[in-house]
Design a protein around this ligand. Structure first.
Ligand code: ZN
Ligand code: ZN
Length: 905
């Protein structure tokens, strides 16, 4: 089951005063349910209703809004808003996780999480992000009075480093003087933030403060290591060696016994067992830096430096990140602690999250582009090029500083092979206009990351091959309709002119090839099929999705779609379907049956339609080919007809009330019209009682049927699939079509002259056929000959043949007509009745009471024992005044001056 939204109202009555209502905040209740679900999942019981994980779409925005606003307000001025919101880029429920995180620390503990100097940071921008951390004075870990330390520096000779590298050795230093570059000894690696002054700063190469080195060396001793790898002294300054060393960077962490995490923000936070240290880690500067992500992923064991409780400065306390800082069991910790832990754990074990078997072989390398993005998205570096280098290293791709961002992005995608659909929904210009890489932005980071719950193993990931993408099987999609375009329901997500232009051009020029892929709850992906589809006005219903088939598409761009129906409704209506997709190129996935199954349509090309809305609507009624039939009487809405303005017409049905006591009918038009055709030739208003769906309206051209409806003919065939020559002038008829997602109905006009009785045709017209129960159908009487009546069903109320079927044919009524003033004269007619689907003709008799009143009786001896007439059906004429309301004739429709052809042909 798919839960997309929950309708909730949060009011209740107070016990003592029923007139007062109070509003309760039910977000905490959802939080408890969420919590219960998380605990259940942890213990291996995944509740079915959350089959796809708990995503933020489960809770309506309005319910979470207040809690999120409150939490953000609480954070403001204390916690950097940029860091806080960056967390939502990668957390499970995005911004809905903010309240839990912020409420994790209370009182004094909360004050300790303060980010001094970040008071003016906005959710989008942190003032410290772009700070050049390489020019910060080196940190001292000694009292300020220690003048000796302030004067002397330790020296780690860069030439020793150079010699070691050139001879294939490492870059680990011994912790005791004389300082040597070690080989094969156990060492710790330092993961730190340069902004703290733990980098080289303004010092000459190899010079570091003695107290600072001793601070780290002491930790190495405590962890039983002889060496230290610290980029401040371990990365050579020589540009060539430096490039080599940077590409080896991750190995220095994966080979270390321990990685010691130093961040002044954390080192100054007193350790506590309440989960706040974990929250502090994700709010720390360390967590915002790009390089530290690489270090975090590559490290085997991470020891985080916190402040020992109850001590003054310089008293570090090392805590194991995985075992002590992160929560181990959701049932024994706070929500915020678990949420923070999940975010860090994903960084620690990127492959475990995917449950992938390949992960075991290639343990240290991320294998999904979206996963890489989740790691790197909230981070920044002093140099934007570094971000690409880091991404390359994490992906296991060797990259050079000289390479372009586009080249690195391609390399990474190619290497990682997998991508989550959500990452395709970006708003940037792609690397390539068409074909391979046409879905991929130049800068890897411009693709959105996906929340942890988006990981369900390989089945839910897209596969990248030579710049083409095969989306995960069964992607939800629907076709774009002409209505979408005319009503501007599909809006480019990007504000960049080149991207929005491409989307708008595709919608205008080839809407019939466009598909909306529902990859995220908020933003969809617009693609177009490679093969040309028939431009059918609506056609969602005609999508024949067969398993195993794959639609080959071009990437157009990300769009917002304004749907008039919920996902569930669209599913019910058959508007949303599932299929397999390949975007980018056909040749990359030859093993898949690639074909364009949208062409399997049952409809005619648009070129045979008349897309104009000048319906000659007065003095006519319309009958429909729905199985129960329909009779529409138009009523003009707009009184004034101005130049260039088309008529607006509402279509009403006829309602008949039958009073059996007086044997009288009261026919009238239903007050509420079924639908209205707007001046733009669109159906914009629909009565819910008539249809829950808004059909597409179009006139039927003569090309559709032969002979054209204007020529009387016993038979008419529909010309399906036959293409008329483009230049053929198509005369509009007065037939129109209503296209629903699952069905199309045609409505044809009956002219006034065929409805109003005349001296020669006294019985022609529309009659209400009233059954003994009082129910009625509408039948059309035609008189091809004065002595003949042919009745056809217009609407169907009881079982039997559908609307449009003949009811009876009465021949030789002439004699009776002459005698119709005599009440007791009947006529012999043949009546076609369906019994058990076997049609047979039986005789019925007409009893003409007057020109507007006929009774149908079983036999000529129509009186029963009481002398009362036994009536089968009563026919009562519906006066033609009902069909032709006087207001319609006030201003006649001008004849159409020209035919408007669709520009969407
Ligand atoms: Zn900030
Ligand atoms: Zn010092």
């Amino acid at each position: 089951m798919r839960v997309n939204s929950v309708q909730v109202t949060g009011t209740y009555f107070t016990v003592d005063d029923f007139s007062q209502t109070d509003t309760i905040d039910i977000f905490p209740i959802f939080e408890i349910i969420y919590w219960a679900v998380i605990v259940q999942i942890y213990f291996g019981q995944n509740p079915d209703i959350f089959g796809e994980g708990w995503k933020k779409a489960i809770i309506p925005v309005k319910i979470a809004a207040k809690a999120i606003a409150d939490a953000t307000r609480k954070a403001s001025g204390n916690i950097c808003l940029n860091r806080l919101w960056n967390i939502t880029l990668v957390s499970e429920r995005a911004e809905q996780d903010i309240p839990s995180l912020i409420n994790l620390a209370i009182g004094e503990r909360y004050a300790k999480l303060r980010h001094p100097g970040h008071e003016n940071c906005t959710p989008e921008q942190c003032d410290f992000t772009s700070l050049d951390a390489t020019r910060v004075t080196q940190l001292h870990q000694c009292p300020e009075t220690d003048a000796d330390c302030r004067m002397t520096k330790l020296h780690f000779d860069p030439t020793l480093l150079k010699v070691s590298i050139e001879s294939g050795g490492g870059t680990v230093w011994s912790i005791d003087a004389p300082f040597q570059v070690l080989r094969d000894q156990k060492y710790i690696a330092i993961s730190h933030v340069w902004a703290d002054g733990t980098g080289i700063g303004l010092e000459p190469a190899g010079k570091v403060n003695a107290c600072l080195f001793e601070y780290f060396a002491g930790m190495a001793r405590a962890l039983r290591c002889q060496g230290i790898w610290w980029d401040t002294i371990s990365i050579p300054t020589d540009p060539k060696l430096r490039g080599k060393a940077i590409n080896e960077m991750h190995n220095n962490y994966s080979n270390a016994q321990f990685t010691v995490l130093h961040d002044s923000y954390l080192a100054n936070l007193e350790w506590a067992d309440d989960g706040t240290p974990c929250l502090a880690v994700i709010l720390s500067p360390w967590f915002t830096r790009g390089w530290t992500a690489l270090e975090c992923i590559m490290s085997r064991k991470i020891k985080v430096i916190f402040k020992k409780p109850g001590t003054t400065t310089y008293e570090p306390l090392l805590k194991d990140l995985d075992e002590e800082v992160l929560a181990q069991d959701p049932s024994c910790c706070s929500r915020g602690h678990w949420i923070a832990s999940t975010i860090i754990r994903r960084l620690r074990q990127p492959n475990q999250a995917t449950g992938d078997i390949e992960a075991a072989e290639n343990k240290d390398i991320i294998q999904n582009v979206s996963d890489l993005l989740a790691v790197l998205q909230p981070r920044s570096t002093s140099w934007s090029r570094d971000r690409m280098i880091i991404a390359g290293l994490l992906a296991g791709v060797e990259v050079q500083y000289s390479e372009s961002a586009a080249a690195i992005t391609k390399k990474i995608c190619q290497k990682l092979k997998y991508i989550n659909p959500v990452s395709l929904v970006h708003d940037k210009t792609p690397l390539s206009e068409s074909g391979p890489w046409s879905w991929c932005p130049k800068f890897l980071y411009d693709m959105p990351a996906s929340p942890p719950s988006d990981f369900h193993g390989r089945y839910h990931q897209g596969l990248i091959r030579n710049g083409a993408i095969k989306l995960p099987a069964y992607t939800w999609y629907r076709r774009v309709t002409k209505q979408d375009v005319l009503q501007r329901r599909i809006i480019p997500f990007s504000t960049h002119p080149s991207v929005s232009f491409k989307i708008e051009a595709a919608l205008e020029e080839e809407w019939h090839n466009c598909l909306v892929l529902e990859l995220t709850p908020m933003v969809a992906l617009l693609v177009a099929t490679i093969e040309d589809n028939l431009p059918v006005a609506s056609a969602a219903a005609q999508l024949e999705s067969q398993s195993g088939q794959t639609l080959l598409c071009r990437y157009i761009g990300s769009v917002r779609v304004f749907e008039d129906k919920t996902f569930h409704e669209r599913l019910t209506l058959g508007r949303t379907k599932m299929s397999n997709f390949i975007i980018g190129s056909s040749n990359e996935f030859p093993e898949f049956a690639v074909r364009n199954n949208l062409q399997r349509l049952t409809h005619l090309p648009q070129s045979q339609r008349i897309i104009q809305n000048v319906l000659k609507w007065d003095e006519q009624v319309w009958i429909g080919d729905r199985i129960d039939g329909e009779l529409f009487v138009p009523k003009r809405i707009k009184e004034k007809l101005s130049f260039g303005h088309f008529l607006e017409v509402a279509m009403h049905e006829v309602e008949i009330k039958y009073d059996s006591t007086n044997d009288e009918i009261t026919p009238a038009l239903a007050t509420t019209p079924c639908f209205a055709i707007s001046g733009k030739g669109l159906i914009e208003k629909v009565s819910k009682a008539w249809s829950l769906e808004t059909p597409l309206y179009s006139l039927v051209g003569v090309g559709l049927r032969w002979p054209p409806p204007s020529i009387p003919s016993a038979e008419r065939v529909e010309r399906r699939g036959k293409t008329l020559q483009q230049k053929t002038i198509e005369f509009p008829t007065n037939s129109f079509m209503l296209e629903f997602s699952n069905d199309t109905f045609t409505y044809s006009a009956i002219k006034k002259e065929n409805i109003e009785p005349s001296d020669t045709h006294p019985y022609q017209g529309i009659w209400a056929c009233i059954s003994p129960t009082g129910a009625y159908e509408l039948h059309l009487f035609q008189q091809p000959e004065p002595a003949e009546i042919i009745a056809t069903k217009i609407t169907r109320t009881w079982d039997g043949p559908p609307a449009g079927s003949p009811v009876f044919r009465a021949e030789d009524i002439e004699n009776q007509l002459l005698l119709y003033s005599n009440n007791k004269i009947d006529c012999d007619i043949s009546l076609k009745v369906d019994v058990d689907d076997s049609p047979k003709w039986t005789s019925r008799y007409f009893h003409f009471l007057d020109r507007n009143t006929i009774n149908m009786v079983p036999d000529s001896d129509f009186d029963d024992e009481d002398g009362k007439e036994q009536v089968l059906w009563k026919y009562r004429r519906v006066p033609s005044a009902v069909f032709f309301p006087p207001e319609n004739t006030r201003c006649r429709t001008p004849p159409p001056r020209h035919f408007l052809h669709s520009r969407y042909q």
